[in-house]
Design a protein around this ligand. Sequence first.
Ligand code: ADP
Length: 418
Amino acid sequence: MPKKTVSVPIQQVLAKIRPAWVSRVGQEMARGMEVRAGFEEQLERFFDLLEQSVTTGDTAWMDSILLDWAKSSTETDLEEELYHVSFLINRMIALTIQVARELLPKQQALDLLAALVPIYTYCLGVVARYEMETRVAHISKEMEQVQKQMERVDKSKSAFISVAAHELKTPITLIEGYASMMEDLLRAGKGVSLDSLLAGMTTGIDRLRAIVDDMIDVSMIDNKLLKLNFQPMQIGQMLEALRLEVEEVVKSRKLNLEIREFEGNKQWIYVDHTRIMQAMGNVLNNAIKFTPDGGIITIDGRPLQGFIEVTITDTGIGISHDNQSIVFEKFGQLGRVDLHSSGKTKFKGGGPGLGLPIARGILEAHGGSIWVESPGYDEKSCPGSIFHILIPARTESPDAEMTKLFSALESHTKKEDG
Ligand code: ADP
């Protein structure tokens, strides 16, 4: 008679492989990821539940730990193949076979695998479903964000068109008005001077050109087509030129514009002079526009490592925290067409909302930056704003010819100074 093999209860077999299983799985997983605190404890818990499932024949025992693990594996984990819980279960299956082969007689190993395979399969199913759901939720969230972004772009595009149309319409109406007045006067054959009418028309045309130029600049910045013509410049001189440009408005609005002397304002640096002046002009014009009559605007600066920082401080209506980054975005302020009154310098006069995006584009093209600080927006208490402008202090032009010319100019100036 063949010798009868005594079958060993499966619980005993499980107990036999337990220590090796825990340490093998623990070690293997620790190699792939940072050792998570209590990982071995988790493995012990998994093994307990495995035993329960084998004993009762009910795989649902595994649910609680699987869901815990699946939840703790974040969405970022899900993007990295290695950390999937399903990957962990797959490795567990392979290691169980390895341990069983090493520690158990053939029959016991087979019995053990026969008992464990359905449970592992169940585990894989649960985890894969959960991971798939998380992944789908993650993708839906991303799609939702993209959709929101597209809606914002769409909204700002139509807002831009309405503001641009409004902005363009005002000077056109102005020009039309003056033109028809001229026509009437000419028809009546009166020998009146047309000078004031022509001046009015020129104002309208200038405004029109400024708006169209802004639009072209924004599109060049957007398409990275802004070409810089580097030339030596002293910030102090450029600020004086700006002062002359705004002198009349500052006077009419009874503003106090103070341009301070600061270290670095006489340093020759290579920039695109016209563009930097345009950027500074945009910020200064805003300071004028958003500061009530009688307010103070101060321009100051200081040298920093590799840069010169210019600050334009006003005692105006301020900018809310939420808006402090939005104002530099194209179409950022284009919510309300009614606020845009084509006022280039009058208090709170709106514009097409392109001034700050252009300033940022110009500074970034130079390798500089711009940002704003303000305690908040309040038209009554006027907390003011400070615009910080960082201009790289280049002592050499990207263009070698210019450097040669500049060195000659510098030695000439030094001689004169000395
Ligand atoms: P706009 O053509 O409307 O002036 P800008 O891009 O120059 O466009 O400015 C965007 C918005 O930022 C302005 O409409 C205004 O709401 C806000 N802003 C800019 N500068 C200031 C300032 N110095 N004080 C208060 N608000 C400002």
